[in-house]
Design a binder for this molecule. Structure first.
Ligand code: NAD
Length: 260
């Protein structure tokens, strides 16, 4: 079956959390599709020790740059969006950076709760705010894409802090879509399932094993964990004109996990 082949030539795409994992693959595929990509992260080096994402895009003939950015800091998000002015301004803002801290609601420290929410929820909220304001100031409405999760809708043990932050991403997406629609800005989210990344150390291998035969968690209907490459097409689709009438949507890319 054929692929999508979207063309983002002349477009500027920001991907937060673009150094590793899902963001790295999303950034790379936007680069392959012709976009200028700003890879925004606190770390330039990917967790697997490979070449940084922006260099990988450039090696493949694309245009990319790395911007050091902590998404919990609105001033840094503003500087990030300003950095895109050099390339004509942000057209697609991908709020993907995230962190995971496991722990029981009976024990978790307030600082840990705040950290998860500061990155996963507040980072998405203010990433959307600064990108939307910049698009409106330039009179050039674009697209905002957020990385949600199967946790946006479903609770899992010892994850209240993470699940609630991803539930917030769902509602930030829907609320922002409603508010920004009159300005022509679309806002959507991708909800990954069990994806083999080093989101927490050793997770990739655990996800691959668990997806097939873990007795304690639900099996993935499609029979395997997802890889970052399974996700990227959803982001490119939602950013493209093919999705021009889609906003406020949470698109699950989870091998069918959420149908249980
Ligand atoms: P990852 O750890 O490989 O990538 C996350 C990236 O975010 C890293 O490069 C990290 O440096 C960056 N980051 C963390 N805090 C940051 C901050 N304050 N400012 C800027 N960058 C920051 O993990 P991943 O699995 O690729 O996760 C990407 C997104 O996907 C996250 O939002 C995560 O919640 C979501 N997600 C992952 C899974 C999964 O199974 N891996 C499932 C559902 C949702």
């Amino acid at each position: 079956m054929g692929g999508l082949n979207p063309d983002f030539e002349g477009e500027t795409v920001i991907v937060t959390g673009g150094a590793s994992g899902i963001g790295r693959e999303v950034a790379t595929q936007f680069g392959d599709a012709g976009a200028t990509v700003l890879v925004a992260d606190m770390d330039e080096e990917p967790k697997d020790g490979d070449v940084p994402t922006h260099e990988r895009i450039e090696e493949a003939g694309g245009t990319a740059a790395f911007v050091d950015c902590d998404v919990t800091d609105r001033a840094e998000l503003n500087a990030l969006v300003e950095a895109a002015h050099e390339f004509g301004g942000v057209d697609v803002m991908v709020n993907n950076a995230g962190v995971y801290i496991e722990g029981s609601i009976l024990e978790l420290d307030p600082e840990e709760f705040d950290q998860v929410h500061a990155v996963n929820a507040r980072g998405v909220y203010f990433g959307t705010q600064v990108a939307a304001n910049d698009m409106l100031e330039r009179d050039d409405p674009g697209v905002v894409l957020n990385t949600a999760s199967i946790s946006s809708n479903q609770a899992q043990l010892d994850q209240v802090q993470y699940d609630s932050s991803k539930g917030a991403v769902r509602m930030i997406t829907r609320g922002a879509a409603l508010e920004l629609a009159e300005h022509g800005i679309r806002v959507n989210a991708v909800a990954p399932g069990q994806i083999a990344t080093e989101f927490v150390e050793g997770l990739a291998e655990r996800q691959r094993r668990a997806a097939e035969n873990d007795e304690h968690i639900k099996p993935v209907p499609l029979g395997r964990a997802g890889e970052p490459a399974d996700l990227a097409g959803a982001y490119l689709y939602l950013a493209s004109d093919a999705a021009g009438y889609v906003t406020g949507e949470l698109l699950h890319v989870d091998g069918g996990w959420q149908v249980f």
